[in-house]
Design a protein around this ligand. Structure first.
Ligand code: AMP
Ligand code: MG
Length: 389
């Protein structure tokens, strides 16, 4: 059995073979940039009115101003503002020459082609060319994960196609003769398959589609067949269940038999001691224990950072500082433990959790609390760091 840190080191040391593809920005949400985004224009591209009003020179103390032009957004102004003059201007339109301020419409009265300012203020109401982004700025770095805001930023710079790292092809298999698919009638001794669905949803949350290869009954030949069938078609194969010490836990043996090098099969973590990681050439194999909370947590703690690394994104989990709202204690301290907790208003609440099969506890949780080896209790009021999930 190895420690968490050692497992992380092994996973971090796997060289990834990143492929790049070009995609349209409309398809880029959740993907990882394989290029820097360098601005080819200023943003905004011109001095732009931030309000509907009248563009004039702020040093002009005339009583009234002749409206010499109306400037809609998208139209280039023809006239320069001189003393005693202004142009009616719309939000987003180019500020005309000679003007350095837009007086908002609400602060003026227009009559017979002239305006008077009822109540002036100090606001210039102009967004200056390049004040957000300058042409040549490195706006987004290679390796950035694209969120909705980045999609907008890239579009605002006029870029429609970008290079992103290709997602690996992921295959998912579940094992267990007791496992049946949701929607079917549950017979005695059977358990509905939740892992295949939660794992594939966890991948979907990071923008990666998966291929599902179905449930493998606890049979060595079938296990070999199904793994053999799917691993050729994918870069990463995730197998749930069948990695433990039971008589019918065939996965590690079958993998080895197929020529997979197993780098570890047990990690000192709770939940999830049986946890298999293997490679064969460029192919990656994860064997996760079948209990649903173990599967979920191991994905979060090990698989997700690994996959992000594969696609060129430096992932660091989001930790939140909080104060323990209740005492926590445990009997065994030989393994580091992750427990689901709920963080709210600065406090960390321990939620009801019966162990690694208690999947419904996760829906009440929004974070994980790590309890290091040797620690028996964490008292109410202690400052802790929890990992957002
Ligand atoms: P195993 O790791 O195969 O020994 O399975 C451990 C426990 O997890 C058993 O109680 C299984 O019934 C349960 N289990 C295994 N696979 C799944 C699955 N896909 N969905 C829900 N529970 C599962
Ligand atoms: Mg099983």
């Amino acid at each position: 059995m190895i420690q968490i840190e050692e497992a992380e080191k092994i996973l971090n040391n796997v060289k990834s073979h990143k492929l790049i593809e070009k995609i349209k920005i409309k398809d880029s949400l959740h993907r990882v940039l394989a290029q820097d985004i360098v601005a080819r224009i200023d943003m905004p591209p011109y001095n732009k009115s931030a309000m509907d009003g009248y563009a004039l020179f702020s040093g002009d103390d005339s009583d009234r101003f002749k409206v010499i032009e109306i400037i809609p957004a998208g139209i280039v102004p023809k006239k320069e503002i001189k003393r005693g003059e202004c142009s009616k201007i719309m939000t987003g339109a180019i500020v005309p020459k000679g003007a350095d301020k837009v007086v908002i419409k609400e602060r003026t009265i227009e009559k017979d082609g002239f305006i008077r300012i009822i109540e002036d203020d100090d606001l210039v109401n102009i967004c200056y060319a390049g004040e957000d982004i300058k042409c040549g700025d490195n706006v987004l770095e290679c390796g950035t994960k694209i969120r909705a805001s980045e999609v907008g930023i890239i579009a605002s710079l006029g870029i429609d196609m970008i290079d992103i790292y290709k997602n690996p092809d992921i295959g998912i298999l579940t094992t267990g003769s007791e496992i049946i698919e949701p929607g079917k009638e549950l017979l005695k001794g059977q358990i509905y398959n939740s892992n295949a669905y939660s794992i594939s949803a966890q991948f979907a949350q990071i923008g990666i589609n998966t291929k599902y290869g179905g449930v493998i009954p606890d049979n060595i030949e079938k296990t070999r067949e199904k793994i053999y069938d799917l691993f050729y078609k994918v870069d990463v194969l995730i197998i749930s269940g069948g990695v433990s010490m039971g008589d019918y836990d065939y996965v590690p043996g079958v993998l080895e038999n197929l020529g997979v090098k197993l780098h570890f099969t047990k990690v000192a973590i709770k939940p999830g001691k049986p946890f298999v990681f293997g490679t064969m050439g460029k192919k990656i194999f994860f064997g996760l224990p079948g209990n649903p909370v173990s599967t979920f947590i191991l994905f979060e703690v090990f698989v997700k950072p690994f996959i992000y690394n594969m696609i060129g994104h430096k992932y660091s989990p989001f930790f939140i500082k909080g104060i323990m709202g209740k005492n926590f204690s445990r009997k065994k301290t030989k393994r580091a433990s992750y427990i689901p907790v709920n963080y709210r208003d600065g406090f960390v609440d321990i939620i009801e959790y019966h162990g690694s099969a208690h999947l419904s506890s996760l829906s009440k949780a929004n974070a994980l609390l790590q309890i290091p080896i040797g620690i028996k209790e964490i008292l109410k009021g202690t400052n802790v760091n929890v990992r957002q999930i």
